[in-house]
Design a protein around this ligand. Structure first.
Ligand code: ADP
Ligand code: MG
Length: 255
């Protein structure tokens, strides 16, 4: 029990999940995908989530991004409880605060790299001039400044993934959620794309929660936590491991 107020003002975490449960019902069966999961990620921090298939990692990301609701427990991004937002507010809040990076990226095949990146800004009615400059900046940040006018099938797999990363970052998110972002890439390309994602996110001050199977990808995070049967392992902790934006990248899991 703290006797005194701390002499600093703690920063609002970028995201927090507290004792979250989530059950899927299918064919009369229920699957408890999350069973009391808690985590906390600071601004500028990169958290890797590892664990066996079916342990609830993707479900955790859906809930952090407000794409599904917990049965119990709370999920907050930038201090805002998803539960306090109506449907429209959720969509807008998500576009302003959450960037998603998924395997394969689901780019629009008939749209150029620039148009793909711009989508979230169009949905948010951002002015065309502002859209153009932010799109160019996001593509530049992922090393694709010259590829803006190309269609996805004119780009390599790694380049397509970088377009997806630019799209995830163009809204200047508080939280980037990445689900097996390198799963479809060879390991060398996967590592390079991860490094780029993490640098770009740290530069923008975003927190990253990244699900990965690949230990060398996980080793690029500030902190690694394990999921088993819908719970985060006892090694999961909140801590000061956050790397300041622009600061040195710390390799390796923290014990
Ligand atoms: P992971 O990403 O770690 O592989 P998931 O979060 O996808 O795990 O899944 C956790 C559990 O929930 C698994 O048992 C999975 O079969 C189940 N599950 C996931 N999505 C659904 C769904 N839409 N309907 C029913 N069960 C689901
Ligand atoms: Mg998954």
């Amino acid at each position: 029990m703290p006797a005194e107020a701390p002499d600093y003002v703690p920063l609002e975490p970028a995201a927090e999940a507290a004792d979250v449960t989530h059950t899927y019902a299918r064919d009369g069966l229920s699957v408890k995908a999350l069973d009391g999961a808690s985590l906390n990620v600071a601004r500028g921090e990169v958290l890797a989530v590892v664990g066996p298939s079916g342990s609830g990692k993707s479900t955790l990301l859906f809930l952090l991004g407000g794409l599904d609701r917990p049965d119990s427990g709370t999920v907050k991004v930038a201090g805002v409880d998803w539960q306090s937002l109506s449907g429209d507010e959720r969509a807008r809040f998500r576009r302003g605060n959450c960037g998603f990076v998924v395997q394969g990226m689901a780019l629009l095949p008939q749209a150029t790299a620039g148009e793909n990146v711009e989508v979230p800004l169009v949905l948010d009615d951002v002015e065309p001039a502002e859209r153009a400059s932010r799109t160019a900046e996001a593509l530049d940040r992922v090393g694709l400044a010259g590829e803006q006018a190309k269609l996805p099938d004119q780009l390599s797999g790694g380049q397509q993934q970088r377009v997806g990363i630019a799209r995830a970052l163009v809204g200047r998110p508080t939280l980037v959620l990445a689900d097996e972002p390198t799963g479809n890439l060879d390991s060398k390309t996967g590592l390079a794309v991860t490094a780029l994602l993490l640098d770009a996110a740290r530069e923008g001050g975003a927190a990253v929660v990244m699900v990965t199977h690949d230990p060398t990808v996980a080793a690029q995070a500030d902190r690694v936590i394990e999921m088993h049967s819908g719970r985060l392992s006892p090694t999961a902790r909140t801590g000061p491991a956050a790397t300041p934006a622009g600061g040195p990248a710390e390799a390796g899991p923290t014990p």
